[in-house]
Design a protein around this ligand. Structure first.
Ligand code: AMP
Length: 182
């Protein structure tokens, strides 16, 4: 089973995806976490990614697509995966569909975690991540609207799409997500 958790930066995808992956026994694949690990390890990929991440821009599609494809091929992800933070562009969504189809797989459900812009900014300012400067937050929201929102329409058009309200208590949101995933 392949589930996608879509949503704006600061929507709480990371927290919720981790809980949901654990209860559904899916491999949690978060491209933001993978990229931060590359930055920390000082790899070539990390050095390239860091300049984009610190500005609030997206890392180029080819880099991210290659990275997630290698993780999806790993044995533990083949039993099911929950993708968090990917796809963020329609090119990524198309590459994912093509890659999965080659293995006879597909996206079983795309869940969109909906949070108001005011709440997104509040949450990002509260988490204190290196790339959560006011300028980078502003830029991430602009990039999100331009490049990532079309991904929502992409999956809406294909069915198997559910929107879940992402405000309120963590455990209430988790219950809604579990229902949406079933
Ligand atoms: P996140 O932890 O999901 O908020 O991601 C942190 C940063 O990593 C983003 O602001 C982007 O710069 C980069 N990133 C994560 N996932 C992707 C992706 N699918 N495509 C491009 N850039 C990404």
């Amino acid at each position: 089973m392949i589930i996608l958790l879509l949503g704006a930066p600061g929507a709480g995808k990371g927290t919720q995806a981790e809980l949901l992956a654990r209860s559904l026994k899916l491999k949690h694949l978060a491209t933001g976490d993978m990229l931060r690990a590359e930055v920390k390890a000082g790899t070539e990929l990390g050095k390239l990614a860091e300049s984009y991440m610190s500005r609030g821009d997206l890392v180029p599609d080819d880099v991210v697509i290659r990275m997630i494809e290698s993780k999806l091929k790993a044995a533990d992800a083949r039993n099911g995966a929950l993708l968090d933070g990917f796809p963020r562009t329609t090119a990524q969504a198309e590459a994912l569909d093509t890659g999965l189809a080659r293995s006879g797989l597909r996206v079983d459900r795309a869940i969109y975690l909906a949070v108001s812009e005011e709440e997104l900014v509040r949450r990002m300012l509260g988490r204190g991540r290196a790339d959560d400067t006011p300028e980078a937050i502003r830029r991430r929201l602009v990039v999100y609207r331009a490049q990532t929102e079309p991904v929502i329409d992409y999956y809406k058009g294909k069915g198997r799409f559910t929107e879940v309200p992402g405000e309120g208590a963590v455990e209430d949101i988790q219950k809604r997500l579990a229902r949406a995933a079933s």
